[in-house]
Design a binder for this molecule. Sequence first.
Ligand SMILES: NC(=O)c1ccc[n+]([C@@H]2O[C@H](COP(=O)([O-])OP(=O)(O)OC[C@H]3O[C@@H](n4cnc5c(N)ncnc54)[C@H](O)[C@@H]3O)[C@@H](O)[C@H]2O)c1
Ligand SMILES: [Zn+2]
Length: 256
Amino acid sequence: MEPILSNSTERLAVLTGAGVSVASGIRPFRGPGGLWNDEDIESWATAGAIARDPVGCWRAHRGLAKGMGQAKPNAAHVALASLEARIGSERLTVITQNIDGLHSRAGSSNVVEIHGSFHSLRCTRCSVSGIAAPPADEDHEEPPHCTRCGAPLRYDVVLFGEMLPERATLRAYAALLGCDVFLVVGTSGVVYPAAGFAAEAKQAGARTISVNLESDGDTGDSGAFDEVILGRAEELLPGLLGDRAPFGIASSARSE
Ligand SMILES: NC(=O)c1ccc[n+]([C@@H]2O[C@H](COP(=O)([O-])OP(=O)(O)OC[C@H]3O[C@@H](n4cnc5c(N)ncnc54)[C@H](O)[C@@H]3O)[C@@H](O)[C@H]2O)c1
Ligand SMILES: [Zn+2]
């Protein structure tokens, strides 16, 4: 396989999904061990559920947020953060669907959280936002209330039936349309618009690579990916993005 970046000016955009955080003990939604195989999480993940039952939603989300808040970044997050430290944040953008905040906690600074984050709260009624979520080790059975309008606050994450945050979406498109290489890691590719990002990056001229446990066969001339590398993100990324090859990017990896 070619090195991920082949010269010292190329830009890399990385899209990560739940698979990147599995080694941190956070279960993905789909794929092996996925939350949706055995729990009714989906019913609490909609705009309608927040409107009907903000307190019930708070309790359901709070359990997930506490688990994510106690998790630690793994080798995949660290590999991306160390790559940014080596090549600079202007050459590496991490676009993530994850809401666990682990890329930032690993040290990445150029992170676009297109589905929001469990670290932040906003009002269910008015425009108040950017309120720090309570620490993971505290019990909060009831949602905090908005200091402006009194309505319950909610986690600032994108639920089914909701729009993606505009600023994050614009940043994501700027990165994927302006990169030389687009690397997708640990996402099942069924949640749009992120599921279409690789095809759009490829159409704009980027080389596209997927790292995932399983292949959906989306390769070749008709598919979105030029290369598919099967395996665990936490095992593959340190080698793929390591500092043993020209321009700080290693060249050895098992590829299909
Ligand atoms: N960590 C989190 O923040 C988290 C966790 C679960 C769900 N979510 C949310 O739910 C949605 C889920 O969509 P998604 O596509 O990101 O995830 P997904 O759960 O739909 O799919 C996860 C993918 O990762 C792969 N995978 C599992 N372990 C892996 C590993 N160790 N290395 C590489 N790949 C691995 C699986 O085969 C699967 O294709 C997202 O929108 C996200 O916001 C977030
Ligand atoms: Zn309010």
